[in-house]
Design a protein around this ligand. Structure first.
Ligand SMILES: [Zn+2]
Length: 212
């Protein structure tokens, strides 16, 4: 199938779906190609407009929260570089950029660090409310026509654990689910998902950017 046909089919599937689950892997980490990623988020927001959707991302650059996607429908379990926490986790408070005077913990005085999985004492309270919304949403998709877009999630530990495996499982157990796995290097589909999943061997940011 040529790329245009794949894109057209994908759009038809999205428009016919009751719910759309998007899982974003590290191809969406905006550090090296921020403009491309921003454009791709806007295309994704356009594609999902009016749909019942949820986005799960392992990226920590926080770029997605500045996009037109509904921040109530995003969960970022690996954290967000623009949120801050105490390095010792002496408090579970999370601050937004510039919110804590002097950039130090008001309780112990230590310099705050980004609230991401990189932190030695990662405070999960930053993402848990959105994670709760996500799991509730996901449980409601069980017998519905669910389209899954897995975009750029490879085999890095957290991509595998938070995106690839759970999404495969979701598609496997929901008889009405279908999935696209779009990935520049790792688009292969396991045998159990044959007929329910479409591999697209292309960088997912580039693919989404070209969606018109
Ligand atoms: Zn502290």
């Amino acid at each position: 199938m040529d790329q245009r046909t794949i894109m057209e089919e994908l759009k038809v599937r999205i428009s016919g779906a009751d719910a759309v689950l998007v899982g974003l892997g590290l191809e969406w980490n905006g550090k090296d190609h921020r403009e491309a990623v921003r454009e791709a988020y806007e295309k994704l927001a356009g594609l999902l407009e009016g749909k019942d959707y949820f986005v799960l991302t392992v990226c920590t650059d926080g770029e997605i929260f500045s996009s037109s996607l509904d921040s109530e429908k995003i969960t970022a379990p690996c954290g967000n570089q623009h949120w801050y926490q105490c390095p010792d986790a002496c408090t579970k408070d999370i601050w937004e950029e510039g919110e804590a005077p002097g950039g130090v913990c008001p309780h112990c005085g230590k310099v705050l660090i980004p609230n991401t999985v990189e932190a030695e004492h990662y405070i999960e309270e930053g993402y848990l409310p959105s994670w709760g919304r996500y799991t509730t949403w996901l449980s409601r998709t069980l017998n519905r026509n669910l389209e899954v877009l897995e975009l750029g999630a490879g085999f890095h530990g957290l991509e595998l654990k938070l995106v690839r495996w759970p999404l495969e499982k979701t598609v496997f157990f929901n008889k009405k689910a279908h999935m696209y796995r779009i990935n520049g290097a790792f688009s292969q589909i396991s045998a159990e998902l044959e007929g329910k999943a479409e591999p697209v061997a292309q960088n997912s940011v580039e693919f989404v950017r070209k969606l018109c």
